[in-house]
Design a protein around this ligand. Structure first.
Ligand code: ADP
Ligand code: MG
Length: 231
């Protein structure tokens, strides 16, 4: 029976597979968002990268968490162009570096990995909060996860809170004027549209909710009382 406070390699694999599924399902939506303020390729880029990553993950066997995440990062860097490929690639490479050799982690480890991933995105992209980028979903999620660690919440509840915060952050990108990436070329005209990268970043947390609340890894249900899969 899965531990409500631990995340296993099987859980991470389930998360990555769920995310790839969401990206595939939402490919047109992400691309439509990117067509409003970019070049209409975000869904295509992400789907290409994650389908390639799935192929690599299938061949890994009983890999540790760091290897799973680094494999995704390397695949994204090598198969996805544009801004998002290197940014998400770096994010996953950093997540993998922070969890190298681990077959199981706790929520505090997940938070530390997320911090490393965020630092990688900031180092590479130099974006700040409010620039209308993926960071505007990821940073609120990080803060919510930090709060959940302090409160000693189980994993399923913690990621549910993080997903809510990411979704709010994603919605809050609508009125923003883009200051980084392709959308910034539009200046004021970028306002009034939801950022595609913030949307795909919100999906990272929605995938964790779906993968970890309903039934962790191989085993049975670890969703606590009221384990909330937000819709
Ligand atoms: P491209 O803009 O090169 O076509 P994508 O369409 O795949 O790449 O990704 C666009 C997304 O990348 C944006 O919606 C934004 O969230 C994110 N992004 C762009 N530049 C940056 C940056 N400097 N820092 C963080 N995220 C960025
Ligand atoms: Mg684009």
């Amino acid at each position: 029976m899965p531990d409500p406070d631990r995340i296993s390699a099987a859980d991470v694999l389930a998360w990555l597979r769920t995310y790839a599924g969401i990206i595939q399902r939402e490919k047109e939506y992400l691309t439509a968002l990117d067509s409003a303020i970019g070049d209409a390729d975000h869904g295509i880029n992400m789907d290409r990268g994650f389908q390639a990553a799935l192929g690599k993950l299938d061949g890994l066997g009983e890999a540790d968490i760091g290897t799973l995440l680094r494999t995704v990062g390397m695949t994204l860097v090598s198969t996805v162009g544009g801004a998002a490929g290197p940014l998400y690639g770096t994010f996953f490479l950093q997540l993998g570096g922070a969890t190298a050799g681990r077959h199981e982690i706790g929520l505090a480890d997940l938070l530390a990995a997320l911090e490393a991933g965020l630092a990688g995105i900031v180092r590479l992209g130099k974006a700040e909060p409010g620039d209308k980028t993926m960071l505007d979903a990821l940073l609120p999620a990080r803060d919510a996860l930090h709060g959940a660690v302090e409160a000693g919440l189980p994993v399923a509840d913690a990621v549910a809170r993080a997903a809510e915060a990411a979704e709010e952050g994603m919605r809050a990108t609508v009125p923003l004027v883009a200051r980084k990436g392709r959308a910034s070329y539009l200046g004021e005209r970028s306002a009034g549209h939801q950022d595609p990268g913030a949307t795909s970043s919100y999906f990272l947390f929605r995938a964790a909710v779906e993968a970890w609340a309903a039934g962790r890894g191989e085993g049975g249900s670890a969703a606590g009382p009221g384990g909330s899969v937000s819709g």
